[in-house]
Design a protein around this ligand. Structure first.
Ligand SMILES: NC(=O)c1ccc[n+]([C@@H]2O[C@H](COP(=O)([O-])OP(=O)(O)OC[C@H]3O[C@@H](n4cnc5c(N)ncnc54)[C@H](OP(=O)(O)O)[C@@H]3O)[C@@H](O)[C@H]2O)c1
Length: 171
C-alpha cells in the first residue's frame, strides 16, 4: 500500500483483468495512543501515509481496471466523521480517516458526472487486531453487511459515506 512501485507492479499483474468492485481495506492505527501533539512525527506520518495518502494512490493506479459503472470503496471509519467527534480520543487515527474522507470528496468532485459508485465505509467497531477484544461486533457480524451494502449501492453513482448497515454517516 505504501510503496508506489508495488502498486504499479500490481497494476501490471492485473493488466488483463476487469473488475466490478475495487475495495481498499488496509489501515493502521498509532501505538502508543496519545493526543496528536504527543504523537511522534514518525508515527503521525506512518498513519497518515497508510490511511489517507495510500488508498488514493491505489485507487488512482487501479481505477482503469474497473468497468465504467463499477464501484470504488474504501474502508473509512465512523471516527472519520468530523460532526460525530464530540468525545475526542484516537486523535491521529480520526484525523487520518477524516483526511481520507476529504480526499475521496475531492476525487468524487473531479469525477462528477461519471457512472461509478464511490463508497466510504464505516464497518462498525469490529473485533480484529485493531478493534480489540472489547469491540461490539464479530467480523461475521460486520463484513457480510459491508458486502451487501456495497452491492446495494451499485448503480447509484457518486460518493456515499455509509456504515455497514447502509446508514448514512454525517460528514
Ligand atoms: N476494527 C475496527 O473496529 C475498525 C473500525 C473502523 C474502521 N476499521 C478499518 O478497517 C480496516 C481494516 O482494519 P482491521 O480492523 O481489520 O485491522 P487489522 O486487523 O489491524 O488489519 C489491518 C490490515 O491492513 C493491512 N495493512 C496495514 N498496513 C498495510 C500496508 N502498508 N500495506 C498493505 N496492507 C497493510 C494489514 O496487513 P498485514 O496483516 O499484512 O499487516 C491487515 O490486513 C482499516 O482500514 C481500519 O482502519 C476498522
Amino acid at each position: 500500500m505504501t510503496v508506489p512501485e508495488q502498486i504499479d507492479a500490481l497494476r501490471g499483474r492485473l493488466a488483463d483483468r476487469t473488475f466490478d468492485v475495487l475495495f481498499v481495506s488496509a489501515g493502521v492505527t498509532n501505538r502508543p495512543e496519545g493526543t496528536v501533539a504527543q504523537t511522534s512525527t514518525e508515527e503521525f506520518v506512518r498513519v497518515m501515509v497508510t490511511n489517507a495518502l495510500s488508498p488514493l494512490r491505489v485507487i488512482e493506479t487501479l481505477q482503469d481496471l474497473l468497468t465504467p459503472t463499477g464501484t470504488i470503496g474504501v474502508m473509512s471509519s465512523g471516527q472519520g466523521s468530523v460532526t460525530n467527534n464530540e468525545r475526542g480520543g484516537h486523535e491521529v487515527y480520526r484525523g487520518s480517516k477524516a483526511a481520507l474522507n476529504t480526499f475521496m470528496r475531492s476525487y468524487a468532485a473531479r469525477h462528477e458526472g461519471e457512472d461509478r459508485t464511490l463508497v466510504l465505509m464505516a464497518p462498525g467497531w469490529v473485533k480484529t487486531e485493531m478493534g480489540g477484544e472489547d469491540a461490539r461486533l464479530e467480523v461475521g457480524e460486520s463484513i457480510p453487511h459491508v458486502v451487501t451494502t456495497i452491492d446495494d449501492l451499485g448503480g447509484r453513482p457518486g460518493l456515499h459515506y455509509v456504515d455497514y448497515l447502509g446508514r448514512t454517516v454525517p460528514w
